[in-house]
Design a protein around this ligand. Sequence first.
Ligand code: GDP
Length: 364
Amino acid sequence: MKAGIVGLPNVGKSTLFNCLSNAKAQSANFPFCTIEPNIGVVNVPDPRLEKLEELVSPERVIPATVEIVDIAGLVKGASKGEGLGNQFLANIRETDAILHVLRCFDNENIVHVDGSVDPIRDKETIDMELQLKDLETVEKKLDKVKRAAKTGNKEAQKEEAILLKIKENIEAGISVRAIEFSEEDYQDYVKPSQFITDKPVLYVCNVDEGAATTGNAYVDKVRDAVKNENAEVLVLAVGTEADINELDDYEERQMFLADIGLEEPGSAKLIRSAYKLLNQQTYFTAGVKEVRAWTVNVGATGPQAAGVIHTDFEKGFIRAEVISYNDYVEYGSEAKVKEAGKMRVEGKNYIVKDGDVMHFLFNV
Ligand code: GDP
């Protein structure tokens, strides 16, 4: 699962990517690693992990991670192959969620590709390129289904009707994620098509340092423009955070963050939001050798959670011993939780909850 950073040139995408990639900002234990120049695996900052570390004193601590891709090169006309257009769109298709960076700061020295600062226009430019690509997909699908629909095939007629609805909406500038479908139609016909504009999105308003906690007039406009999209809007002073990250000393970094009104880097919040956007959650394993955060999809079962550690754990799953994070912290150790009768034994149908501390029993 990965999230892609998109936005027009010069809005702060690479600065944000570098900011996320700066290990100092997240965790001293596990440095960021770059798979390719534009792909990074970023630790998910999680205070619960620090708490468990404190209680268990393990040899090592391993955080959950999320993969972030910097997708450069989207310009007006990308869907027609302008710039790195097609490459860009191929990259974005492979992501599972979109972090859309919008320039919400004034600075005469930083040229805007369209000559002025206007995040709403920028958003529409990007949306349109993505929508045009989806329109191509819809038209291809319509071509395929048309003949079968004509011969009276009910299934094909249903699909055709849904595709036509999508086509009309896109032509009116509406992204697939904002179109209403019945749950069944969505699952059967829309979701499998993997439209680019159906991917969940989070808007990152890149502001100057004075607006890091308050936002500004540009941010207000963005909030207003996306209010029907069911999308989170994050305010981030990307340039300032990048500067703060340059400092080696932790205390000093915290001081500068406090100066702009923050307790932790906005990028930490962004990483957690991206993780959520990808529909992911964390369970923990806590032993003296290792305390570790593992990632599962929301809704995963006990065996699926075990499978994240090893496929054999999933195949041979017998049961899981589960302690909720809050109980773990309240009683202070596994033994004390057991004593208090707060450890649960769960079977194959158990739906994992965020923060569960788990131990699996399995056949080999
Ligand atoms: P990209 O093309 O979207 O990847 O944009 P960059 O990250 O390369 O940023 C373009 C320019 O804007 C660089 O000179 C950055 O230093 C600058 N920049 C990025 N974020 C901010 C910000 O929040 N405020 C200001 N004033 N400048 C920024």
